[in-house]
Ligand binder design. Structure first.
Ligand SMILES: C[S@@+](CC[C@H](N)C(=O)[O-])C[C@H]1O[C@@H](n2cnc3c(N)ncnc32)[C@H](O)[C@@H]1O
Length: 212
């Protein structure tokens, strides 16, 4: 998986998220063993530098499609990283997703609390709303939640907009195509929750800190 980083066809997935890395540095100033969740791994462009920074300390919990999570965890294991939890990848079925893996994990009480969560999966409300509700309850003191692509919409997506992918019109109604789903999630679940402080936007991401 990580061999794809920087290669042709993977340009948009090859750049690590600098905001996530900056907040990880911040967390590591006061915590040697942080727990990091990444929701949606792509080809591991952010996971790899996160693993390098942590250098086998703390834990990296990956949620994404199971074959991606497995392949990425194997690549990272080959590089000597043994702190990766790859047990929560999801099957490729239409309605499978990290939202359901988180729900199962919550029911089984097996989800560790975290210091930093990077939510960068499907960016659609039906996945990210339940995922956010579950993640919100897993914050350690001062934990950060970073929501990528706050202004993303299906209409703006270069790959999913109806002119590129006609099935989008079958799967979503016009309001869903126009809406910025991550923004909706943040407004409905984060902005109204007094336990969280909105720290601002950075590179298109919205950043929150748990202050309860
Ligand atoms: C933008 S990429 C993530 C990029 C990565 N966080 C990085 O910084 O390099 C979005 C990821 O979300 C995953 N994803 C989208 N919908 C999903 C679903 N229903 N279940 C699991 N993963 C999903 C995609 O497969 C892809 O790996």
């Amino acid at each position: 998986m990580i061999e794809k980083i920087g290669t042709q066809g993977y340009e948009t997935l090859s750049k690590p998220d600098s905001t996530v890395l900056r907040y990880l540095d911040l967390v590591m100033k006061s915590n040697d063993n942080p727990v990091y969740y990444e929701i949606g791994v792509g080809i591991g462009a952010t996971t790899l530098p996160v693993a390098e920074k942590l250098n086998n300390k703390g834990k990296i919990i990956l949620l994404s499609r199971e074959h991606h999570v497995k392949e990425l965890a194997e690549d990272l294991a080959e590089r000597g990283f043994a702190n990766i939890d790859s047990s929560m990848g999801n099957p490729l079925k239409t309605y499978s997703g990290y939202h359901f893996e988180l729900a199962m994990g919550a029911l089984e009480k097996k989800l560790p609390k975290f210091d930093l969560a990077y939510i960068d999966g499907g960016h659609v409300f039906h996945l990210d709303a339940p995922a956010t509700c579950i993640l919100k309850e897993l914050c350690r003191p001062n934990a950060y939640m970073i929501f990528d692509d706050y202004n993303w919409s299906l209409a703006k997506s270069p790959t999913l907009r109806p002119s590129k992918r006609p099935d989008t019109l079958k799967e979503y109604d016009l309001r869903q195509i126009e809406a910025c789903h991550v923004m909706m999630v943040c407004k409905i679940f984060m902005d109204v929750d007094s336990r969280f402080k909105f720290l601002g936007f950075e590179n298109g991401s919205a950043i929150y800190q748990y202050c309860a």
